[in-house]
Design a protein around this ligand. Structure first.
Ligand SMILES: Cc1cc2nc3c(=O)[nH]c(=O)nc-3n(C[C@H](O)[C@H](O)[C@H](O)COP(=O)(O)OP(=O)(O)OC[C@H]3O[C@@H](n4cnc5c(N)ncnc54)[C@H](O)[C@@H]3O)c2cc1C
Length: 257
């Protein structure tokens, strides 16, 4: 079975983020595999172990994404592909990403494509479904269980805390949700093996794409951090006076009464 994983290198939202000129400052930021893509990688490896075939992890980004690709290989993926857009594309959006992935998959015989449910940085959740639409294959989002039984795929998906059961068929694209599995940590032998596994590098040209073909359709006007929370106010004095003061504050300052 040909299994592909779409992986995005994202900054770690647990770290302090600095925004300058409406862009996230990459200098000094920590970068990781998008956590939802870790579920995708883990599931791909388990499905390959059960059904045979190989797992290829694909990312669009710059040279720096090699580190996250090597981590995916160390977890157990067989091959990786970096579609390096550093020299060709200055700005892009979800259209750009999907257009590039669509061109990549044009000559592939993919049985199953696993993506993250959402990227924790820009969080549009668009890439998986949009790619499946372009490839004209079925897709199921936010999956928490998947079993392949011949041509039939049994899926459970998260619907706001409830479970929806769906049957679909291959080829298929799914987006992975927390609860699907427990992603493994790369082992030392895994890390050693990963150094020798294939990491193919492609550019737009290799996919028969020009810069104009991937020109973004949306423009980010501004990115800003939420205002810092003000310290809470502690009321003092007799309880009766505190209640009066609280009601006054809620009415005159917070304007919620
Ligand atoms: C060439 C290029 C230039 C860009 N330039 C800018 C820019 O100038 N400013 C800016 O703010 N953003 C830029 N981006 C990022 C882009 O706007 C979005 O981050 C991207 O389209 C994905 O959208 P999202 O983050 O909302 O992902 P979601 O749709 O939330 O991601 C869902 C899943 O899609 C897959 N996926 C998402 N992105 C990738 C990827 N790059 N490679 C492989 N799989 C992926 C992953 O499986 C992920 O879990 C650029 C992207 C590209 C490819």
């Amino acid at each position: 079975m040909n299994i592909y994983v779409l992986m995005k290198r994202t900054f770690d939202t647990e770290e302090k983020i600095v925004i300058e000129d409406s862009r996230i400052e990459e200098e000094g930021a920590e970068f990781i595999i998008n956590p939802y893509d870790e579920y995708a990688i883990e599931e791909a490896i388990q499905l390959r172990d059960e059904h045979g075939g190989e797992v290829t992890v694909v990312t669009i980004g710059g040279e720096d994404a090699e580190k996250q690709l090597r981590t995916a290989l160390a977890m157990g993926a067989d091959k990786s592909v970096l579609i390096n857009t550093e020299d060709d594309v200055e700005e892009g959006d979800q259209y750009t990403t999907v257009k590039i992935l669509e061109a990549f998959f044009a000559d592939k015989d993919a049985d199953l494509i696993l993506a993250g449910n959402v990227a924790i940085d820009e969080a549009s959740g668009q890439v998986g479904p949009r790619l499946a639409e372009r490839m004209d294959i079925p897709y199921v989002t936010t999956i928490t269980n998947i079993e392949i039984d011949g041509e039939t795929v049994h899926i459970e998906r998260d619907v706001e805390g409830d479970v929806e059961k769906i049957d679909s068929s291959l080829p298929l694209l799914v987006t992975c949700q927390q609860g699907l599995n427990e992603p493994r940590y790369p082992s030392l032998p895994g890390i050693m093996k990963a150094k020798k596994k294939p990491l193919e590098e492609l550019e737009l040209d290799d996919l028969d794409l020009e810069e104009d073909d991937v020109e973004m359709k949306t423009k980010t006007i501004e990115i800003y951090l939420p205002p810092e929370k003000e310290a809470g106010r502690v009321l003092e004095g007799e309880v009766e006076d505190q209640v009066k003061e609280l009601v006054t504050l809620l009415r005159d300052e917070a304007k919620v009464l």
